[in-house]
Ligand binder design. Structure first.
Ligand code: PLP
Length: 442
């Protein structure tokens, strides 16, 4: 039976059979027992399916991965030990030393560093583009060795909306997939595969968990990208001529034999599951960044209420953004759900039911005054974390980027007065009252 998202949040991934626990059990075991040596050998040759070692697969992790795949409308999902690991493996599953990727520059700072500094050390080059540039300027950044395009549905911390359809078409014209980090939107508000994205990543640490209990990530494959023909089968576009020097085989890791499995080829043996199978049996086998089953259990509890919570986050955030917009102590507000926001139309296209709970705004006055504001907050807490049930703030100039001068901050694309407010699911009148009393003390 086809189910709606609210129902998948509760029932996806795990269905208790007669006499089994109603709640998803925690399979806290490293390993799984077999009766004969041959049974075990067939698992290692990928001839049979089955659990044998938790680094490769675990029933608790698998159930939660299945739920997230269903929420996003993908064919498969792999859970990782953090959102950072999800971003890394999503790319590394396609791109090796000598490869190149393109990313929007409106992305989370940790991802910016991963792509710009750490991937470079592994021989993967990254070009950062401003999504506000015109197509011609961005298309000029594609190279014969480009393997994917990356962006965040709603960027952290700036709250900019990524034009998924535009960039999916652009990536497909060049024969590469679009990877979208859907952390802030969640599949409740936006399902990037419906706009042509090929792979979705998440920091499940954020809204999916929603209670700040575990750090985790997820990679979901739409199953639509044909790794041999290099096009999205569901969203075909006219391909541009191949760039000089482009290899015949753009994704050899998926389409040519893997020596570590007796010459098995993922696309041949696993069809639309090629990408996720390779990610598990090759990358998790060799690099092992899986979540603990206990963490997947906690994530699953969070997912059960995701749809409910997201609605409350969005309705609260819109009211808070409107209040901030009319507050004389506030210099500017960036929340794409505000009608006055330049990205309002784009937000309505991709996120018609609500944007998210995260607002960026600037207070009039000095850094010192921003600090006084935050120190005067009552239940709204100062944390590095974002996107969960409790309202919280972060002032990059005083916290994550405190060693930078105002000029250096602006050069990094962060306004010195930027306050990131993550609106929780408390009563919105109390959230506004707390902000108001703290602003009085500025
Ligand atoms: N992607 C986005 C949009 C994020 O906001 C974050 C973290 O804040 C990450 C990825 C990294 O996730 P994690 O902290 O779970 O490693």
């Amino acid at each position: 039976m086809k189910k709606n998202l609210e129902t998948i949040c509760i029932h996806g991934g795990w269905k208790a059979k007669k006499g089994e626990p109603q709640q998803l059990p925690i399979y806290q075991s490293t390993t799984f027992r077999y009766e004969t040596s041959d049974e075990m050998a067939r698992l290692f040759d990928l001839k049979d399916n089955g659990y044998f070692y938790t680094r490769l697969a675990n029933p608790t992790n698998d159930a939660v991965a299945k739920k997230i795949a269903a929420l996003e409308g993908g064919v498969g999902c792999v859970l990782t030990s953090s959102g950072q690991a999800a971003s890394f493996y999503a790319i590394f599953n396609l791109c090796e030393a000598g490869g190149h990727i393109i990313t929007s520059n409106n992305i989370y700072g940790g991802t910016f560093n991963l792509f710009g500094v750490t991937l470079k050390k592994l021989g993967i080059e990254c070009t950062f583009v401003d999504p506000d540039w015109d197509d011609e300027r961005i298309e000029a950044c594609f190279r014969p060795n480009t393997k994917c395009f990356f962006g965040e549905t709603i960027s952290n911390p700036g709250g900019k909306i990524f034009d998924i359809e535009r960039f999916a078409n652009m990536a497909h014209r060049h024969g590469v997939p679009l990877i979208v980090d859907n952390t802030f939107a969640t599949p409740i508000n936006c399902r990037p595969f419906e706009w042509g994205a090929d792979i979705v990543t998440h920091s499940t640490t954020k809204y999916m968990d929603g209670h700040a209990t575990q750090v985790g990530g997820a990679i979901v494959d739409s199953g639509n990208f044909d790794w041999i023909k290099c096009q999205n089968a569901k969203f075909p576009v006219e391909r541009l001529p191949r760039l000089e020097g482009a290899p015949e085989n753009a994704f050899p890791g998926l389409t040519t034999p893997d020596d570590s499995y007796h010459g098995l080829t993922y696309t041949e043996s696993f069809g639309e599951m090629a990408y996720t199978t390779k990610l598990v049996v090759q990358l998790m086998r060799d690099l092992g960044s899986i979540p603990a089953p206990q963490n997947s259990f906690l994530l699953n509890i969070g997912l059960e209420t995701l749809a409910l919570r997201i609605r409350q986050h969005c309705s609260n955030a819109l009211k808070v953004a409107q209040w901030l917009e009319n507050n004389p102590k506030v210099g500017w507000v960036n929340y794409a759900g505000l009608e006055s926001n330049p990205q309002y139309a784009l937000a309505q296209k991709y996120l018609p039911n609500g944007v998210c709970g995260v607002i960026a705004f600037g207070l009039k006055g000095s850094r010192q005054e921003a600090i006084r504001f935050m120190d005067s907050l009552d239940f709204i807490s100062i944390v590095t974390h974002v996107a969960d049930a409790r309202t919280c703030v972060l002032h990059p100039a005083s916290h994550t980027h405190r060693q930078l001068s105002d000029e250096q901050l602006r050069a990094a694309g962060i306004s010195p007065d930027l306050v990131r407010l993550s609106v929780g699911i408390e009563n919105v009148d109390d959230i506004i009252a707390d902000l108001a009393q703290a602003m009085e003390k500025m």
